[in-house]
Design a protein around this ligand. Structure first.
Ligand SMILES: [Zn+2]
Ligand SMILES: [Zn+2]
Length: 322
């Protein structure tokens, strides 16, 4: 089968690779490029060493399924790329994101087919009404729901999302849908125009006074912005480090902000399967709402071009179709 293989720093290559073996196979219809995929391609990643196939935000059609699995060839599905075990210490304490026995789905999904472990099908595969690229957003939305849950946002809050990329936009969508006053700080004019068009006020960061916000999500990987948010958020406010910073990054935090101003700092990465299910339901209930975020699709052969396009900030979310 054809696959877009990450072969080295800034290098992708369309290669012929063996089809995965397994009892439950999904033929990929579309897989969105995640910020992590782009970061991996540009700077490498401790977990994804080349040569490997990236991509984990995908939907597709069942290609092979044993009787009794609940699915038959031809069924359209969205698949969680991984899931927690549900029984280890971390899982029992509600930290499924940190589960040590996570089950993973095959390799990456910038290719034609992936294999899903049979033991994972009942927990990690969800039926979808048809081939709709909106379902490529279920995984990123699951990560967003996880982060938003931690921030315990209420209707009394005023939220600022720093960084209006796809994740920042999904955070804003989620909060706005819950009736929360949310605004986005974003440098890129194209993105600001899109956000404003979707009813989400967006402006450059300088135009905001962070003191007015009780919840600040930092969806850009800049340590200075996290520090500034902690120092400037409203008294009793919360700051969420949503974008990953390199391990070893030390934040300069004034204890006064934590103790006297009661500022809380938190973060999250990944999702639990309950978030994945919630995200799946949200997209299924209103696919048009989410599909707007996918501004471009590229065929697998033009994968490199798609990544360049995203790197230059010319797209929100890109789906690669094999
Ligand atoms: Zn992702
Ligand atoms: Zn576990």
């Amino acid at each position: 089968m054809k696959a877009l293989v990450y072969v080295g720093e800034r290098q992708l290559e369309v290669r012929d690779v063996p089809e995965p073996k397994g009892e439950f196979l999904v033929r990929i219809l579309g897989c969105a490029i995640c910020g992590t995929d782009l970061k991996t391609l540009l700077h490498g990643h401790p977990y994804f060493k080349p040569p490997t196939i990236l991509g984990h935000e995908f939907y597709g059609v069942v290609d092979k399924a044993p009787a009794g699995s609940g699915y038959a060839p031809g069924d359209c599905v969205v698949v969680a790329p991984y899931g927690e075990c549900g029984v280890c210490d971390e899982c029992r304490q509600g930290n499924g994101e940190s589960c040590k026995n996570k089950e993973y789905v095959g390799d990456g999904a910038f290719c034609e087919k992936v294999s899903v472990p049979l033991s994972f099908v009942s927990r990690g595969v969800f039926p979808i009404p048809g081939p709709d690229k909106a379902f490529a957003l279920v995984e990123p939305l699951a990560c967003v729901l996880d982060g938003v849950e931690q921030m315990e946002v209420t209707e009394r809050d005023k939220a600022l999302v720093i960084g209006g990329g796809p994740m920042g936009a999904l955070i804003a969508f989620t909060l706005k849908d819950r009736g929360i006053d949310v605004q986005v700080a974003e440098l890129n004019e194209l993105r600001r125009d899109c956000l404003n068009g979707w009813g989400i006020p967006a402006a450059p960061l300088e135009q905001y006074n962070m003191k007015e916000f009780t919840r600040i999500f930092v969806a850009v990987n800049k340590k200075e912005l996290v520090e500034q948010a902690i120092h400037s958020v409203h008294n009793g406010g919360r700051v969420h480090v949503f974008a990953g910073l390199p391990s070893g990054t030390v934040l300069n935090v004034d204890a006064h902000d934590l103790h006297y101003r009661k500022v809380a700092v938190m973060g999250s990465s990944g999702y639990r399967l309950d978030h994945f299910r919630m995200a799946y339901e949200a997209v299924r209930n209103n696919p048009d709402h989410y599909r707007r975020l996918i501004t471009h699709t590229f065929p697998l052969d033009k994968g490199q071009e798609a990544f360049d396009f995203l790197k230059d900030g010319r797209a929100f979310k890109i789906v690669i179709e094999p």
